[in-house]
Design a protein around this ligand. Structure first.
Ligand code: OXD
Ligand code: MN
Length: 600
């Protein structure tokens, strides 16, 4: 088998060379290609991907540098049911993760990987997560037989020579081995070995399963590294909020998928709030550390966005639309007759001659979606017109507020401020989001999703919550913690709050609270503004309507406490006592019985 270039000429890391050799012996590729991240390389790989039918060139006049990829229709989303945390014991993975013993996982996937790259090219993809030269930054290397992965990793991470330079002769890097295995769902396994800083992912080419830098390394493995090393890896956007006087505060916010995270990260301020600006630091992941000032500082470890396309429009998120005008890879969107892109919710009528995400002519009469509901764009963050000037700051940005949020038709007010750090961690621990049943008009089934990390926490969720509480001892200046809900509905099933840009009014209240300039009332579940405490300038809503969105309903909260209590019972022994105590205190203040029903 040949290697371009020879490993010895490209890296000083003995450990890296040995590991690449080991993977090559296992998978037996025809060729090994070390990626250097250059523009020349991008052009060459793109040409090869077009030749192989992996990428389809889009209209280069309308969308320069943009290409379409159509995935195997069986491979369009993350597959939580075959995602495993392979820690030495089941207890270390905890009650919310699938677990496989490390020996069993290496053996099972090893058998699938044996000779799996015969006749194929093995790409060695070195990358850095976090700004170069930053104490946040970490090196990973992904080995993959997918040219789509190699090209996507160049967008999503700082990929190539810079990573090998940062690695030097060290053996400290995440080892990610990925093989498509003919995209056979029977051979699909996403296995994480936190103790080995290793990921083995087989049988899928979908971003969340195959771009190992993202969910696999920057969240699952990094959450575990963060616990060992005293920092946090979180499923959070980071935004900068600049007031009319030019002062900027930074906010980190955790939401489950499909709750408007990318929209919030790129928010367009409403015209009525003159002089306010929002800048994006990150749209999905935050690595958070205690800074020299005793506050929390955060960075976005990624270099690009992997966003959901449907629903993105010039109305809902013009900055995202501008971010995909050039150099973007689209996956499973529809293609227009003139080689442009289209998806549902783009706010442009479906043009005639549309080709659907599977490559078939589409007509509205088919009743099918033209773009897959989880179709995506992968685009460099540098394309974002409101990218924060501090997105690449090696120090990260100082965090003034942490927000947790979900999609809740009932119960959760527009905004709620925690009393202190422990109460804030409790809010994050019990946060939930409604399943699609809510969309059908019924009260949805609430899936508890602590800190939006349920599918992404690389170790026992109880220990993870303990780590959050433990962090407080090292933070002299803790940020305030809030809960938000943009999705509350009235009795007629209408959203109570307009959302999108208007959410800035809620963020502004938070910043004012931090400066001591805004009012709030105490309730058993936290502090809530009255309508009069929010800046409602130019908002087409009465104060009474806003108060309705802010209301705390004792009956609804009774159910909420029971449901949160059930989740706590499921966590079991590792649930920190302080959170159990907070639960009891809130229940007592509400006058409800907080007894945890035993799980199972
Ligand atoms: C997600 C994503 O699934 O960011 O959360 O892709
Ligand atoms: Mn995400």
């Amino acid at each position: 088998m040949t290697s371009y270039p020879a490993a010895d000429s490209i890296t000083q890391s003995r450990a890296l060379k040995d590991w690449v050799d080991e993977c090559a012996r296992l998978t037996n590729p025809d060729r090994i290609v070390w990626c250097n991240g250059s523009e020349d390389e991008r052009r060459r790989l793109t040409a090869e991907a077009i030749e192989a039918g992996v990428l389809i060139p889009l209209n280069q006049e309308k969308r320069p540098g943009c290409y379409l990829h159509r995935s195997n229709p069986n491979d369009v989303a993350r597959t939580e049911e075959v995602t495993f945390i392979c820690s030495p014991t089941r207890a270390q993975a905890g009650p919310t993760n699938n677990w496989m013993a490390p020996g069993e996982a290496y053996q099972k996937l090893g058998a699938l990987l044996k000779g799996s790259m015969k006749g194929r090219t093995m790409y060695v993809i070195p990358y850095v997560m976090g700004p170069l030269g930053s104490r946040f930054a970490k090196v990973g290397v992904e080995i993959s037989d997918s040219i789509y992965v190699a090209l996507s990793m160049r967008i999503m991470t700082r990929m190539g020579a810079a990573a090998l330079e940062m690695l030097g002769a060290s053996d400290d890097f995440n080892r990610g081995l990925h093989c498509t295995l003919g995209l056979d769902p029977q051979k699909r396994f996403i296995c994480h070995f936190p103790q080995d800083n290793t990921i083995w992912s087989v049988g899928s080419g979908y971003g969340g399963n195959a771009l190992l830098s993202k969910k696999c390394f920057a969240l699952r493995i990094a959450s575990w590294l963060g616990r060992q090393e005293g920092w946090l890896a979180e499923h959070m956007l980071i935004l900068g909020l600049q007031n009319p006087a030019g002062e900027t505060r930074y906010i980190a916010a955790a939401f489950p998928s499909a709750c408007g995270k990318t929209n919030l990260a790129m928010l367009m301020p409403p015209a009525a709030l003159k002089g306010w600006k929002v800048f994006t630091v990150g749209d999905d992941i935050a690595w958070i550390r205690v800074g020299p000032d005793g506050g929390l500082w955060a960075t976005n470890p990624e270099f690009g966005y992997f966003g959901v396309a449907p629903g993105t429009s010039m109305k809902s998120n013009p900055n995202a639309m501008r971010s995909v005008e050039r150099d973007a890879l689209f996956t499973n969107v529809a293609m227009t007759a003139d080689g442009d892109i289209w998806w549902e919710g783009m706010d442009v009528p479906a043009p005639a001659g549309l080709i659907d995400w599977r490559g078939r002519p589409w007509s509205a009469a088919s009743g099918e979606k033209a773009a897959h509901p989880n179709s995506r764009f992968t685009t460099p963050m540098a394309n974002n017109p409101v990218l924060s000037p501090h997105a690449e700051d090696p120090q990260g940005v100082p965090i003034s507020a942490i927000i947790f949020g979900g999609r809740r038709a009932t119960t959760m007010p527009l905004v709620l401020e925690s009393r202190d750090w422990t109460h804030g961690v409790y809010m994050g621990a019990t946060m939930g989001s409604e399943t699609t049943a809510a969309a059908a008009g019924q009260v949805g089934v609430v899936r508890r999703d602590p800190m939006a990390m349920l599918p992404f926490c690389g170790y026992n969720v109880g220990d993870y919550l303990g780590h959050w509480l433990e962090m407080r001892k090292h933070i002299a200046k803790p940020p305030r913690i809030f809960m938000v809900n943009w999705f509350r509905k009235d009795a007629a099933g209408q959203f109570m709050w307009p959302g999108y840009g208007e959410n800035l009014r809620v963020l502004k209240w938070m910043i004012d609270r931090i400066h001591g300039d805004a009012g709030a009332r105490d309730t058993p579940v936290g502090r809530v503004p009255n309508a009069a405490d929010l800046d409602l300038t130019g908002l087409a809503m009465s104060a009474a309507q806003v108060d309705q969105a802010l209301a705390i309903d004792a009956g609804e909260w009774k159910n909420e406490m029971a449901s949160a209590g059930e989740f706590f019972a499921r966590i079991g022994d590792t649930l920190p006592a302080a959170l159990k105590a907070t639960h009891g205190e809130i229940a007592a203040a509400l006058g409800v019985d907080a007894t945890h029903r035993q799980a199972g």
